[in-house]
Write a protein that binds this ligand. Structure first.
Ligand SMILES: Cc1ncc(COP(=O)(O)O)c(C=O)c1O
Length: 414
């Protein structure tokens, strides 16, 4: 039985339409090589994970060195140096007064824990999330996910979750235009609090850019308006940086594009360049509202993953990876804008840094071109390019390559 046959028989892949027909042998930088020796330019980074490049040497060295010492101890039962060092580093590189991290393993686990912490600190139980958002596949995270394609057949969900129209300017829920709209979608929060909640809201949870939703990029003043309303009501701002974190958008964290100070940040994906790790960081007084027995994770803060993460962050800082993402992203967007002049199929190009979405539409009514998106993805595959495809209508090509990608490799995309 070959690898594909074994997958069909033994791996539960019924959760996806199809696994991309690439059997990976190895990967380095932005290049993935299949078992037949064919090279592909990776434009998706295992869903925005390998930001510092596949098999980044510095990250691998740090992980190997830690593996020689010990692999696991449970970082909440005993002390481990890499866990302590990484927590200190995260306090330094996250915005504002965020200080104490709880480590977990996946994005969903980080968001789930962050929601719990927000409840614990505020003593309140309701949440407001964005329509078109995605926060994970666990019960609480699906409850705050604003996309029925992800929630189908999983309900009933957690009570006390309500949704705010997404800042999706290309398909404005209010059929208005920015900036004339004066941020109608953000201002709607005031009404949502008044009419959809019983004034018991712990937090608003939001992604700085809605990745799975289709790289939906809020206007520059969006979060300032949201934050102004939250301050008035004493509601926490919980930012989900699982996909936008670690230089992806041209800043270490996506929310740094907006002049606000989050109360809690959840992070995962790019944190350890492929080693499983996640966490949520909060101000000290918020973090300390957890009491003994309130939370734990057996593998969370694994020493090997933490050592890898620390090296990953050092690599990012030494190589100005955030600036690289900005510069390369601008370059690519310019090239794509030229392409858009020739192809009506390209409805909008959006995003920040190397988190770029190309929304494909069939006509001037903006009918989502999802089958065309799938065809383009297949053609890209033949050409040796591996973009992602997503969005709430399945019509957004996602360009999220390892940030170390060269300009020549990026040029291949257009
Ligand atoms: C913004 C956001 N939050 C949470 C998650 C869930 O992360 P994981 O798949 O690691 O549980 C994702 C995954 O795509 C995500 O994009």
């Amino acid at each position: 039985m070959n690898i594909v046959e074994k997958y069909k028989k033994y791996v539960n892949i019924s959760v996806v339409d199809k696994v991309q027909p690439v059997v990976i042998e190895r990967a380095n930088g932005a290049i993935i090589t299949d078992i037949e020796g064919k090279n592909y330019i990776d434009c998706f980074s295992g869903i925005a994970v390998t930001n510092a490049g596949h098999c980044n040497e510095k990250v691998l060295e740090a992980a190997k060195a830690q593996m020689e010492k010990f692999v696991h101890c449970c970082s909440y039962v005993y002390y481990s140096q890499p866990t302590a060092d990484l927590a200190e580093k995260l306090a330094q590189i996250t915005p504002g007064r965020l200080q104490k991290t709880f480590f977990a393993n996946s994005g969903a686990e980080a968001v789930e824990g962050a929601l719990r912490l927000a409840k614990q600190f505020t003593g309140k139980t309701e949440f407001i999330a964005l329509q078109a958002s995605f926060h994970g596949r666990s019960y609480a995270t699906l409850s705050v996910t604003g996309n029925n394609a992800r929630k189908r057949r999983g309900g009933p969900y957690m009570v006390g979750c309500t949704f705010l129209p997404a800042p999706y300017c290309y398909r404005c829920f209010f059929e208005l235009e920015y900036p004339k709209c004066q941020l109608r979608c953000a201002r709607a929060l005031e009404d949502i609090i008044r009419f959809n909640t019983y004034d018991n809201v712990a937090a608003v949870i939001a992604e700085p850019i809605l990745g799975e939703g289709g790289i939906i990029t809020p206007p520059d003043d969006y979060f300032v308006e949201i934050d102004r309303i939250l301050k008035r009501h004493g509601i926490l701002l919980l930012i989900d940086e699982v996909q936008t974190g670690f230089c992806r958008t041209g800043k270490m964290f996506g929310i740094e594009h907006y002049s606000v100070e989050p109360d809690i940040i959840a992070m995962a994906k790019g944190i350890a360049n492929g080693f499983p790790l996640s966490g949520f960081i909060a101000r000290e007084e918020i973090a300390d509202s957890f009491k003994p027995g309130d939370h734990l994770s057996t593998f969370g803060g694994n020493p090997v993953s933490c050592a890898a993460s620390l090296a990953n962050i050092e690599f990012m800082l030494e190589n100005h990876l955030a600036d690289q993402a900005l510069e390369k992203g601008e370059f690519l967007k310019k090239e794509l804008a030229e392409l858009a002049k020739r192809y009506k199929l390209i409805g909008e190009i959006r995003g920040k840094g190397l988190m770029i979405g190309i929304e494909l539409v069939r006509d001037s009514q903006k009918t989502p071109a999802n089958t065309e998106g799938n065809k383009i993805r297949d053609i890209c595959l033949q050409l040796g390019l591996l973009p992602g495809l997503g969005g709430i209508y399945g019509n957004v090509l996602r360009i999220q390559p390892p940030i170390v990608i060269s300009k020549e490799q990026l040029g291949e995309l257009t």
